[in-house]
Write a protein that binds this ligand. Structure first.
Ligand SMILES: Nc1ncnc2c1ncn2[C@@H]1O[C@H](COP(=O)(O)OP(=O)(O)OP(=O)(O)O)[C@@H](O)[C@H]1O
Length: 293
């Protein structure tokens, strides 16, 4: 009789900028290491967007207790959405451009070390969020970062360098919008982020005080600022001290409704999304995902 698979490893071959040969040796390393630790692993490369959701859902249904995802926040989102409220835990092997969830959780950025951690880690419950019915685990948002996510998706290459170039160009063309948050006018905002984790990725700490397991989301707003302040705000973003900026404010909530007078351009975990209409509802699902730490 064939041994029963007790560990699924989902690999997005397109994530991040690691050369293909290095991705192949990582795949072999994970297989060998998993077997060495007594697992009967199955490793599957995704073949299309959405594939990670299908694979993770099947794994949860068949009772596989660990699903390891090799990829960035987009692939992790796809797998994690199928693992919410199941007994199957997610292991993260960061290989994306931003790796926000892995960085927030303090996981190793080295994929080999992250593999060992995911294989031996204990399951811990974290919150997740939903923007309308779309799940997110790191951040969702409107405003500048959503604009950048949409622009970034149109670029022929991925990676940090492309992201920085895209964000720089977007900074000069972006027009701040105003919103109603639970009926209260915000005035024009540069950025409106709903944070489950504290960062977007790449150690850009948009919500330095966010706690991923407190049953709440942090709604962070950045008011428009003069271009000469961009350097300081950027420095605070990466220095995890945006909360000391006069342009930033935050509130904790479990659910909120956001309206605008134009269609909402949004992102969930850095992936661009188009929301139907001018209103969206965001809510937290406390303790909904088990992550291997
Ligand atoms: N085989 C595939 N072909 C095309 N798209 C895929 C495939 N597998 C996964 N995807 C899509 O690729 C998207 C981006 O992947 P991912 O987020 O892992 O990498 P990244 O963008 O480099 O990293 P990060 O999100 O950390 O910036 C995912 O949202 C997923 O839908």
């Amino acid at each position: 009789m064939m041994p029963k698979t007790d560990l699924l490893v989902i690999i997005n071959p397109l994530s991040g900028t690691m050369p293909l040969a290095q991705k192949e040796s990582l795949r072999l390393f994970i297989a060998t290491e998993a077997q060495r630790q007594g697992f009967q692993p199955e490793l599957i490369m995704t073949t299309h967007a959405g594939h990670a959701t299908e694979l993770a859902a099947q794994a949860a249904q068949t009772g596989i207790r660990r699903v390891l995802v090799v990829g960035g926040d987009g692939t992790i989102n796809e797998a994690a959405r199928a693992l919410r409220k199941t007994a199957t835990a997610l292991g993260i092997i960061p290989m994306g451009s931003g790796n926000g969830l892995a960085r927030h959780m303090g996981l190793p950025m080295n994929p080999q070390k992250a593999t060992q951690r995911a294989l031996s880690g204990k399951p811990v419950l974290i919150d997740s969020g939903e923007i309308n019915d779309l799940p997110f685990f790191c951040t969702a948002g409107l405003g500048f970062e959503a604009y950048v996510a949409h622009e970034f998706a149109n670029q022929p290459t991925r990676g940090l360098q492309t992201y920085v170039k895209t964000a720089y160009r977007a900074f000069w063309s972006y027009k701040p919008a105003s919103y109603l948050v639970d009926g209260q006018e915000t005035g024009p905002l540069f950025s409106l982020t709903i944070a489950n984790a504290a960062q977007f990725g790449n150690n850009a700490w948009i919500a330095p005080l966010a706690n991923i397991a407190d049953g709440q989301l942090d709604l962070c707003q950045i008011r428009p600022f003069p271009a000469r302040m961009a350097g300081l705000i950027g420095w605070r973003l990466f220095n995890k001290s945006l909360n000391t900026s006069a342009y930033w404010q935050s509130q904790r909530l479990q659910q909120t409704t956001i309206e605008s007078d134009a269609p909402l351009l949004a992102h969930a975990d850095g992936e661009p999304i188009l929301l139907a209409g001018n209103t969206c509802t965001v809510r937290v699902l406390p303790g909904s995902l088990s992550v291997l730490l």
